[in-house]
Every structure is written in C-alpha cells, then in structure tokens.
Design a protein. Structure first.
Length: 68
C-alpha cells in the first residue's frame, strides 16, 4: 500500500497480483519514458526525502548514461 508505478502494459501479465488503476496515462506524444530495473534493499539507517530524491535522480542519470 502507498506505492504506485507507471510501466509498460506487459507488466499486467508479468505480475498477476498487480492492480492496474489507469491505462493510457501518456498525454504528450513527445514524452520520453525510462525504465530502470533496480535491486532494492532496506537501508540500515533512514535517509531524508531529499536524500532519497537525490539518490533516485542519480540512478536515473546513470541509467541514461548506460543507454547513450
């Protein structure tokens, strides 16, 4: 609970317990979407929301570097 994601339609068949809330959410034909596969582990000490945002931004930037 409390977690949401936007992903490809194939996820619905890949994850049978997935609840699809909305389909076709793209509203701009020029949108670009990146998908990252990440290994998520619980941190030993909590971090702030700002630190979490920075870590996510760094992961996205690293993913973009790998495909370019």
């Amino acid at each position: 609970m409390g977690t949401a994601a936007i992903g490809a339609c194939v996820l619905e068949s890949t994850y049978p317990n997935l609840t699809v809330v909305e389909k076709g959410v793209q509203d701009n034909k020029d949108n670009k979407t990146s998908f990252l596969l990440m290994d998520v582990t619980k941190r030993t000490t909590p971090i702030s929301e700002e630190e979490a945002r920075m870590a996510l931004t760094a992961a996205i930037e690293r993913g973009q570097e790998l495909v370019n």
